[in-house]
Design a protein around this ligand. Structure first.
Ligand code: PMP
Length: 393
């Protein structure tokens, strides 16, 4: 048997640096409190923005779908795995997003990879924000297109990139709508104006804006009133929507193209009925319970202002993502561990997910958190951060 010492030595380096993290097991449903090691703690690390993971309508829809359609689909979409419910959901999703069509992928990750890798050729250029999500980076790596990375939300650099690349067949400008580690919103109106000026295609990854920004959570495009002016919207069904999956919303021709060429769509089995039915129910809840989004934002404002008052560095976030920036990797993990002892689950994030020196405990409050839970968490942050010398008073 070949030994794996070449991996072990790397892992032992991570252990020395304090960035080795065993997976945390959650022994309950994904609510505002979760059970970890037999103890109930407040969950501040999930992407369950609207509390939909445990919504009775989603659960009920999933159970009903399993009873009618079974547990799995037994095929990829293009062979025998397209059920009526998949198509119905995509039609409703397109209507919701104000686009001609939508196509669901197994995840947001594969949606990004599927679009970028299938469409772009060696005659094209992809222009991408330096802080875009890993799935965009990997999608770009799979293309033969030329790459031009622009400085984070730097419109001058983006314009230079567009000026430099006018001879390309197609230019794709790709940006996260909400940046996942810092929680800032892309300056979409300016990006759209530049893409219109230079005749480029714009693609927005709205993973952290789906269900969070825009009317009923339609995303950043709707938030900035840019419906009809963004060519490709990618989103996720795994975060605020509470289930699993990714989608591409855009022109019908794009959907047709992806069905025939996007490899993660072509070569991976379709979503089980429970997943699609729960997503469909979530789409209804987004429209029938808008108070969830209001509560999410009220909780966000409260949490951010209290953390700021207490002197924490919470970066530049404009959304429910609140990073508590510590800097040092090891200290960040210690803070996360101490918080867990105090009854708060808030995961530390270090390199390579964020740049070295920018390690943070990243929190996301949800619509379902009570004021008491948030106050308890804020106090715990205060106690643990003082103890570790991260903040003084
Ligand atoms: N894009 C961004 C910006 C994300 O934050 C994520 C989730 N980490 C994804 C895409 C991938 O989404 P999913 O979890 O549905 O694969």
């Amino acid at each position: 048997m070949r030994d794996f010492s070449f991996l072990e030595s790397e892992i032992s380096d991570w252990k020395k640096a304090g960035t080795y993290r065993p997976l945390t097991e959650i022994e309950s449903e994904q609510g505002t409190k979760v059970e970890i090691n037999g103890k109930k703690v407040i969950q501040l690390s999930s992407n369950n923005y609207l509390g939909l993971t445990t919504h009775p309508k989603l659960k009920e829809a999933a159970i009903t779908a399993v009873k009618k359609y079974g547990a799995g689909t037994g095929s990829v979409r293009t062979i025998a795995g397209t059920f009526d419910m998949h198509e119905a959901f995509e039609r409703d999703l397109a209507k919701f997003k104000h686009t001609e069509a939508a196509l669901v992928f197994q995840s947001g990750f594969t949606a990004n990879v599927g679009v970028l890798a299938s469409i772009l050729t060696e005659n094209d250029v992809v222009i991408s924000d330096e802080l875009n999500h890993a799935s965009i980076i990997d999608g770009i790596r799979l293309t033969k297109a030329k790459r031009r990375i622009y400085r984070h939300v730097d419109m001058e650099d983006l314009e230079n990139a567009l000026k430099e690349t006018q001879s390309a067949r197609v230019r794709f400008v790709v940006t996260d709508g909400v940046f996942s580690m810092d929680g800032d919103i892309a300056p979409l109106p300016q990006i759209v104006a530049l893409c219109e000026k230079y005749n480029a295609i714009i693609m927005v990854d709205d993973a952290h804006a789906s269900g969070v920004l825009g009317r009923n959570g339609r995303g950043t495009v709707d938030h900035f009133d840019l419906n009809g002016r963004v060519h490709i919207q990618v989103g996720t069904l795994s975060k605020a929507v509470g289930v699993l999956g990714g989608y591409v919303a855009g022109p019908k021709v794009l959907r047709d193209y992806l069905i025939h060429r996007a490899r993660p769509f072509l070569f991976s089995t379709s979503h089980p009925p429970a997943v699609t039915a729960a997503c469909q129910a979530a789409l209804d809840v987004l429209q029938s319970e808008p108070e969830r989004i209001e509560k999410l934002w009220a909780n966000t404002r409260f949490f951010k202002s209290e953390m700021k008052k207490r002197g924490f560095d919470i970066g530049v976030s404009e959304t429910p993502i609140t990073p508590i920036i510590v800097g040092d990797d090891e200290l960040t993990m210690k803070l996360s561990d101490r918080l867990l002892e105090e009854g708060i689950y808030a995961q530390g994030i270090a390199f390579p997910t964020v740049p070295t020196g920018k390690a943070r405990v990243r929190t996301i409050v949800t619509a379902d958190h009570s004021r008491e839970e948030l106050e308890f968490a804020i106090n715990a942050f205060d106690i643990c951060a003082k103890e570790l010398g991260i903040k003084r008073d």
